[in-house]
Design a protein around this ligand. Structure first.
Ligand SMILES: NC(=O)c1ccc[n+]([C@@H]2O[C@H](COP(=O)([O-])OP(=O)(O)OC[C@H]3O[C@@H](n4cnc5c(N)ncnc54)[C@H](O)[C@@H]3O)[C@@H](O)[C@H]2O)c1
Length: 255
């Protein structure tokens, strides 16, 4: 028996990385999965798929409607569509700022908006937003990305407050650095190699995370196992936000 038997889930960003791993895992756990992404679905992708942009409200409304009409309802939403982007604020163009905020924050809002209209009537639902540890704390150069993910964390908490009495839970996951195409795009260059290694070192488990490890957390939050969990920002980050290591570990023979 699967942990999402009889449920319908919509996953955005389902064509790559965390979203693709989540769509796969949810299907393995018995859910009927609708995917939404600006890029085509991978082979063996979700049962229902619509290509589109999370910034386009009509396209978002259409995929929510398709999930309800063609898959028989909508119980779970995972917002994983997202992009990186930032840099020093005094050099950041307004266009670059808008792109990151619009995809990561407004896109999450639009999907929640249309899914919630259905969930409110249904009096049940679980929303899982993929935020970031960079929505919990700052990092050099984070600017637009951190602002967008901090917004996702607080939007999620507000959803938990506003819709709890309607049986709807809302949580977010704050991943550390996960081995996906997004990460490869940001840290793949020669110039970023040092940065990547330092970032990995900040993970006390000493490695990057895997998309499947975020999918497992999304499964927990989406399922009835998390029936009393709402408004939570779950760090799945190999320990980054636990605190800093300044060398004592080595002295203690624990490196
Ligand atoms: N990879 C990491 O280290 C990491 C860490 C923390 C948070 N996150 C977050 O996790 C989420 C997934 O990231 P990932 O690493 O799997 O990235 P990814 O690039 O592998 O996948 C992101 C997917 O989102 C889609 N997408 C981007 N913009 C879109 C748009 N406007 N409309 C529709 N689809 C769009 C892309 O086509 C892609 O398929 C993102 O929100 C990201 O910010 C990632």
């Amino acid at each position: 028996m699967g942990r999402l038997d009889g449920r319908v889930a919509l996953v955005t960003g389902s064509s790559s990385g965390i979203g693709a791993a989540t769509a796969r895992r949810f299907a393995e756990e018995g859910a009927r999965v609708a995917g939404f992404d600006q890029n085509p679905a991978p082979d063996g992708g979700p049962e229902l798929f619509r290509e589109g942009d999370v910034r386009d409200e009509a396209q978002v409304a259409a995929v929510v409607r398709a999930a309800i009409e063609e898959l028989g309802g909508l119980d779970v939403v995972v917002n994983s569509a997202g992009v990186g982007g930032g840099g020093p604020v005094h050099q950041l163009s307004a266009e670059a700022w808008d792109r990151v905020i619009d995809i990561n924050l407004k896109g999450t809002f639009l999907v929640c908006k249309h899914a919630l209209a259905h969930m409110v009537e249904q009096r049940s639902g679980s929303i899982v937003n993929i935020a970031s540890i960079e929505g919990l704390e700052g990092v050099d150069g984070g600017s637009a990305y951190n602002a967008s993910k901090g917004g996702v964390v607080l939007l999620t908490r507000n959803l938990a407050i506003d819709y709890g009495r309607r049986g709807i839970r809302a949580n977010c996951i704050c991943p550390g650095l996960i081995d996906t195409p997004l990460t490869a795009g940001i840290t793949g260059s020669e110039a970023m190699r040092d940065f990547k290694q330092r970032f990995i070192d900040a993970h006390h488990l000493g490695r990057l995370g895997r998309p499947e490890e975020i999918a497992a957390a999304a499964l927990f939050l989406a399922s009835d196992d998390a029936s009393f969990v709402t408004g939570h920002a779950l760090a799945v980050d190999g320990g980054v936000t636990a605190g800093h290591a300044f060398g004592a570990r080595k002295m203690m023979g624990l490196e």
